[in-house]
Design a protein around this ligand. Sequence first.
Ligand code: BGC
Length: 711
Amino acid sequence: MSEHPPHQPTPDERARALVAQMSEDEKFAWLSGPMAIPLGNTRKPDGAVGSAAFYPAIPRLGLPALQQADASLGVSNLGNVRPGDHATGLPSSLLLGATFNPELAFASGSVVGVEARSKGFNVQLAGGANLIRDPRGGRNFEYIAEDPLLTGVLAGQSVAGIQAQQVVSTVKHFAVNAQETGRVMASSNLSEAALRESDLLAFQIAIETGAPGAVMPGYNLVNGEYACENAFLLNQVLKQEWGYPGWVMSDWGATHSTVKAALAGLDVQSGANLDDADYFGNLLRQAVRDATVPQARIDDMVTRIVRSLIAVGVLDKPVASPVPIDYSQHKLVAQRQAEEGVVLLRNAGGQLPLAQGLRRLLVIGAHADHGVLCGGGSSAVTPIGSLSLPGTDIMGMQVDKIYQPSSIVQALREESGAQQVEFLDGTDPALAVAHARIANAVILCAQEWRSEALDAHGLGLPDEQDALIERVAAANPNTTVVLQTGGPVLMPWLEKVAAVLAAWYPGSGGGPAIAGVLFGRVNPSGRLPVTFPASESQLPRPEQTDPRTTTSNPGTPRIGEILPIDYDIEGADVGYRWYAREKFTPLFPFGFGLSYTDFRVSDASVVNGPGFTVTAQVENTGAVAGACTVQVYVGKTGTDGFAKRLAGFKKVFLKPGERAQAEILLEPRILARFDDGAFKIGAGDYQVWVANHAQDEALEVGLQVGEALSL
Ligand code: BGC
């Protein structure tokens, strides 16, 4: 007779057994804590590595201290709390979105995980999964796309990459945290069906894909309730319907109550020193004594934390710091990502790639002699040798404007074979024009810095850069604009320049990635993860909140009233879906991006069942190797219809002349409407476009669904 293998306890069983041995003091020590960065009266706690948060170890139970660091784009060092410590700067999440490549999301997550672990962190506050509902959003660079499928898949893979290194990752900021100006006052108001078919779906897919150990609700309110005490979001949807087993930690200074928050599903009060009260400290202990919060709820909170630590491997493979980090290897991962995420938007007359061996190449602007711009706030990463310029104030801390040390000029010197590569900072337009006249080609680096806690003011490039571009382009028709921005910008000069690259914030390998695209070592394959509007009047809400009338930082006195933001205007039709519905033509559509080769996509068909699968032939008909991102959009007319949605995508890499079959399994919830508590795919005719971007309707196949399907 064979013996039964010994029962392996599940993470839940192990967690419950450990929590049963914890004292009440030990439990409460993990339920609320201040920032682990000296700020005002708070100091760095003993034992803290120095980061966003620290909760003490319980050595007798083998439970390590929780050392929590920011964020998705590398391990940040806010306020230089770890003097001199540095890290690899990954490109912005928007650039990751532009790669349309889940493998790169996993790879970049792994870099963050390895570095976090090596520095002594076991929780990474990563996984930005909000949808970009406003192209002016201050934190768009920390989010992946305006589309729920692309966001969910890539955020989930990035989380999986971090957690493969036994470092817990969050997903954040749950949910509809789409505006930075007034972020602690803004109520994102949106009907349930629209929420489920857009922002919540992005989080749902990210959680299914990456199984993050923790979820961080944001500062904002959702339908009038703060996200951190929103029973619909936390208890009903996340924990009950989705069966989420991990813990819910508030954003820093985003907790507003004790009993309400605890009963709504919040497990931890983070950044408690920024809140009005120590809600999950003595007030929560009192609530347990008063029986307004059951003891079982306290045990559930702690069990969820311990369970995630076990599930991700933090307990079984504890962090042993310090471990040397191979920064040069990580920089190459960042570079590879940037090379796939730079988007070629315009290439008039085949201006790019530039010819090798030009006599005079002129580079202008954006500190391109030093490095590349990175977004501001808690996610900012400062690799060694970064240039820090004055930025803005967040929560009483000066947040610098950082240029990561990856010189575009230096990379161009190495890549171009030009006899002379000259740099001008762009502050003297007349000088720039004079030098442009005698250059063989001009690379004009334009930039737009965005930061947490403040939305961009309009969609124009700041600091009169539009005028500079106009003047330089008039002086030299061979002008290429390289944009480093936190999102879409307007381009009044578009027709006057030869080429435009969107390089987002390209990270520690940004210089060589940009130079590689300009000179053809890299064939650009990035596609826009966000629509570039033709004007602000195309936006669902052209008006913006005036930052002087509201409060954007926690821990500061509130100005004005709660700000209702009506997201029902576009509802689930975020970004390109809105443009399809309103029949607007944007400046550049979602999914758009040029290549140095040509692709033919043909022979598309869709198979219904099991699941919906689209197949198509893709051929590289040009002269260089490249990647084509095949995008499948679906639309449906009728009362349960919708204008257009990305239901699947695949990036196909092909040599010249090579052909391949792309097989794309569609995400069924994208074809569905949320009605009466569930996703349902309606019966009837669907339009399916196998497309190059959201406005490309050249290749259409029909799909008929005979009977309605409940998912
Ligand atoms: C941000 C979070 C971040 C936290 C800790 C907050 O201001 O919104 O994304 O993780 O700070 O630094």
